[in-house]
Design a protein around this ligand. Sequence first.
Ligand SMILES: [Zn+2]
Length: 333
Amino acid sequence: MPDVLQLPGFVNAHSHAFQRALRGRAEGGDFWAWRETMLELARGQTPAQVRHQYAVVYAEMRAAGYTAVGEFHYLGLPEAEAAVEAAAEAGVELVLLYVAYGRGGIERFRQESVAAYLRDLERLRLSGVRVGVAPHSVRACPRDWLEELGRYAAAEGLPLHVHADEQPREIEECLAEHGLRPIELLADCGCLGPRTTVVHATHADGAELGLIRASSSRVCACPTTEANLADGFVPVERLLHRSIGLCIGSDSNVRIDPFEELRELDGIARRQSGRRDVLTVDALLSIGSDEGAASLGIDAWPEIEIDTTHPQLRGAAEPLFALVAGCSADVVL
Ligand SMILES: [Zn+2]
């Protein structure tokens, strides 16, 4: 067996790098209590902090085997430019999923209009940054914003990423406001399509999954964050049953380890189905790499090397199997 195994780099399709600082200091309560702590942290971010801290987080991602990242960024334009510089320093391919935020949250997240948002996005594009359109959620974007953003992303051939169905309360609020569930509203507004990634979809019902399937949209699961935030279980088998493309994200960055994300996914699938063959090793590795790249609209990203002499792999007859079943990112060279 060679000492080194060459693999496509992992692709982290959903990250909020600043939230790395919350690990270990935002315990207790529920998702909404965590969100308050997160908003406090977000409120105080500066371009200089982003420039420094994101470089550290992206270097950690790079060391863990993620060679491309989709940064779902809602901290404003100067901070977006700082994030781009940080990723370049860390040697990670970045797609800036620049967030549209029309209401709620905190003031610094919000743009005054969709036109103002698109002006920022165009400015980033013109400076050579790879971007995606990212309506934050159906909570943060009213219907007319979603319609305009769906139209723009489709016309420009850009990825569109959006949080949806992470928590039951968000679904109840959407039903109360629109008479539709979040993914139904996204479909209605033209936000679903082959370049769309729905982040989480934890509580999506059958009709919503049908809409994702019919539009060839994808789902990004963020299992370690979803566990930490008490979101629920991503419906792995129901997604696979419908041939919905799946990718992974480290989201709040409470943990930065692609093997752990994939093993959580596999573990959920096994526990929910009572079977051990829902996801093959090839399928898991594809979810961890090329599905994420497709979600971000990139076709080239660096490979990684795995140390097969590492104690976690030494003597394993099938290193790829051992890799997804029992290794941490420590095996990445
Ligand atoms: Zn997120």
